[in-house]
Write a protein that binds this ligand. Structure first.
Ligand code: 13P
Length: 278
């Protein structure tokens, strides 16, 4: 069933788990997540980054999503990931997205707060959830989303930000990176614990790719209820494509290769969906 983010995160809070948010770029990459959700019996978040608006329009994504949602009896959310543009957010809400992320993390605190509150007013009037970000996460290898200077989220500012904006979920910076880690991940569970103690909304972990399972479990134990995965999906599919193109399948048809890509992505999604449960 189609849900908004607040609804599925309430279930995650009650069950002590995190819901996976998997970026897709076309019909088959969205379908991979929906099929994984059906096979495992878990809710899922289909994420479409504003960075991919050249691949599809929000109207195209929303209409594909409505059809795909009929393939599973699980709760599914359509989420606009990392959007800085108010007009694009309004367009996504009108198209049928059930969740939007307004990313004002590069702005001064007061400006991020004021703009996020404006997005919340518009989105909530339409029954759509809002995620926002405070602090800034760094960029790792092979990320398409980049990353800025690493600034850990300040727990007291996060509390005020969540209370005054009325957001449904807050993305935090605690040491994960967008992309693959260049060395050993250094995740500050202490910072997360301090944020979780004072912030009244579910927390979001960006930069899921390559984060060790033990760290993921600790993050879930301290309030992370949504975990984003993007880069590892792309890397896994590209690796598989390279192998299949270089050996036995020279006669293959593109339609079959594309179905193979969907299966590879589905395996990545299933791995993380399992990891995010107790
Ligand atoms: P990764 O690319 O590191 O998985 O991060 C994804 C993400 O945070 C999307 O917002």
């Amino acid at each position: 069933m189609i849900r908004n983010l607040a609804e599925v995160l309430a279930g995650a809070e009650a069950g002590g788990y995190a819901v996976g948010s998997f970026n897709g770029y076309d019909y088959l990459t969205f379908r991979a997540t929906v099929e994984a959700s059906r096979e495992l019996g878990f809710p899922a978040i289909i994420a479409f980054g504003a960075a991919y608006l050249k691949n599809m329009s929000v109207e195209e994504v929303a209409s594909v999503f409505r059809q795909l949602a009929t393939r599973t009896s699980q709760d599914v959310v359509l989420h606009l990931d990392h959007c800085k543009d108010f007009a694009a957010i309004v367009r996504a809400i009108k198209a049928g997205f059930t969740s939007v992320m307004y990313d004002g993390s590069a702005l001064p605190f007061e400006e991020n707060l004021a703009r996020t509150a404006q997005v919340v007013a518009v989105a909530h009037a339409a029954g759509v959830s809002v995620e926002a970000e405070l602090g800034s996460i760094a960029g790792g290898d092979k990320s398409h989303e980049g990353g800025g200077e690493e600034i850990y989220t300040n727990p007291e500012l996060a509390k005020r930000f969540a209370e005054e904006t009325g957001i449904d979920a807050l993305a935090v910076s605690i040491g994960t990176v967008h992309g693959l880690y260049k060395g050993e991940p250094k995740i500050s569970i202490e910072t997360l614990r301090a944020i979780d103690t004072v912030v009244p909304v579910p927390l979001v972990l960006h930069g899921g790719s390559g984060t060790p399972e033990q760290t993921i479990k600790q993050c879930i134990a301290h309030g992370i209820r949504k975990i984003n995965v993007n880069t590892e999906i792309s890397v896994a599919v590209l690796d598989a494509l390279q192998t299949s193109l270089s050996d036995t399948v020279k006669q293959a048809h593109l339609s079959q290769l594309m179905l193979g890509e969907m299966d590879v992505m589905k395996q990545v999604v299933i791995k993380y969906m399992r990891m995010f449960r107790p």
